[in-house]
Design a protein around this ligand. Structure first.
Ligand SMILES: NC(=O)c1ccc[n+]([C@@H]2O[C@H](COP(=O)([O-])OP(=O)(O)OC[C@H]3O[C@@H](n4cnc5c(N)ncnc54)[C@H](O)[C@@H]3O)[C@@H](O)[C@H]2O)c1
Ligand SMILES: [Fe+2]
Length: 401
């Protein structure tokens, strides 16, 4: 990237950093368990909700206790159970039609990031029927309060229950983009470990790596605050301590609860301090090939951290020391290497590959342009790369590179 582009990116990021204390960030009110959800709705005078979930979650009966609790309280519940992974604008419109037809007054998002993001954008479209989903991408295109939304994460990964973001894929073009607006922060969330018990080991690992990526990208970026650094550090510590146990024994309540806490903390960190090129590249691959978000991040994280080089040694060393991944007295360079090695070990333990077999060399220039467009100038990354420099990173994660 040339000097003028670099100066522009850093200037833009500096302005965003200065604005940070004045922006209307908030955190959701945490509801104490699924059984307590009807009370919250009753208090708000809500008699009918739309439950947004995915086909697998619904078929496995995971939403049944919530539906029973709602029925017990006399609250009607329409269900949109077709949300796909990497949800599309078509999902949003189908769920919105059901919301309107069922005369719902609130939304409950029950699932991983996909149903949560779908529900958030349903809320956005209810608030702004005049703005199509495709026009909501970017920053602050909604600007109107949403109907009440309760987020129930069933993966410990995205942190969507506390973030300003929703990530949507265009059903026709496969372009995956983030919608960012303060009104998208759900007013309520339920962190219930039991709804994550059935998440299989590989999905537990890859969604956990998504949470780790949020914490790391927020921490190594240039727009941190003492609070986001503390949240990211605690998230990293919790993930290294608990992810192996949550993967090995899905019913381990403490490990599951700690992973939900870590994912939430990482969400609070990155929603203020942003993500970086791992996410920008992951989104391009999710949109183009449908690569699951957590899997994409898990593969990319160690490679991107290595590519950043000495610019991230200090921050990675701090994280490595906080998580007990190295001796206290080793150099920053050695501690950073220990951090990256620990990420690679976590990946290897769950057979997460080091490269993408779907990635085609001919697609790389367009993918890199998409990633550069997402990241620059918004993400306060430790090292700035333009599209041609990003191409080199894609080539490092090509199968048989
Ligand atoms: N809004 C944000 O701040 C934010 C942040 C990061 C990622 N995202 C987005 O979130 C999406 C990914 O979300 P995700 O990683 O949570 O995955 P997901 O919601 O797509 O779910 C992945 C798979 O896990 C299954 N699953 C989920 N919970 C389960 C459970 N408890 N038991 C059994 N199976 C379960 C689902 O059925 C699905 O097949 C992507 O679109 C990504 O871009 C959003
Ligand atoms: Fe993510």
């Amino acid at each position: 990237m040339n000097l003028i582009q670099k100066a522009y990116c850093r200037f833009y990021q500096g302005c965003m950093r200065l604005a940070l204390p004045f922006l209307p960030y908030r955190e959701p009110t945490l509801i104490d368990g699924i059984a307590a959800v009807p009370k919250v709705l009753e208090k708000a005078g809500i008699q009918k909700v739309l439950l947004v979930t995915g086909p697998h979650i619904y078929a496995s009966g995971l939403t049944a206790p919530l539906e029973a609790a709602l029925a017990g309280a006399g609250i009607g519940c329409a269900v949109y159970n077709k949300t796909v992974s990497n949800p599309t604008d078509a999902d949003v419109e189908a769920a919105r039609a059901l919301y309107l037809a069922s005369k719902s007054q609130a939304l409950i998002a029950f699932g991983g990031g996909s149903p949560m993001d779908c529900a958030k954008v349903v809320g956005a479209r209810i608030a702004r029927p005049d703005v199509p989903v495709a026009k909501m991408g970017g920053l602050l295109h909604i600007r109107k309060p949403l109907v009440p939304l309760i987020a129930v994460p069933t993966t410990a990964g995205t942190g969507s229950e506390t973030t300003v973001a929703a990530v949507i894929t265009d059903a026709k073009t496969h372009h995956k983009y983030a919608i960012n607006d303060f009104v998208l922060i759900p007013p309520y969330a339920v962190l219930a470990p039991e709804v994550t018990f059935g998440l299989p080991p590989l999905l537990t690992a890859t969604t956990g790596m998504d949470a780790l990526t949020h914490a790391v990208e927020a921490y190594i970026g240039r727009s941190t605050t003492p609070e986001t650094r503390a949240a990211a550090t605690e998230a990293v510590r919790l993930i290294f301590e608990n992810l192996p146990f949550a993967c090995a024994d899905g019913q381990n309540r403490l490990a599951r609860a700690n992973m939900l806490r870590a994912s939430y903390l990482a969400g609070t960190a990155f929603t203020k301090s942003y993500v970086g090129y791992v996410h920008a590249i992951a989104h391009s691959l999710g949109g183009k090939y449908g690569v699951a978000h957590g899997m994409a991040n898990a593969i990319l994280l160690p490679t991107v951290l290595e590519a950043y080089g000495s610019a991230v040694w200090g921050s990675l060393a701090a994280l490595a020391r906080a998580a007990g991944l190295c001796e206290e007295d080793v150099s920053d360079e050695a501690a950073a290497a220990a951090f990256i090695a620990a990420v690679r070990r976590l990946n290897a333990d769950w057979n997460i590959p080091a490269a993408f077999d779907v990635l085609k060399p001919a697609d790389i220039p367009a993918l890199a342009r998409t990633a550069a467009h997402e990241a620059n100038p918004l993400y306060p990354v430790p090292v700035l790369w333009d599209a041609s420099q990003l191409e080199a990173v894609y080539r490092r994660v090509l199968k048989d590179a």
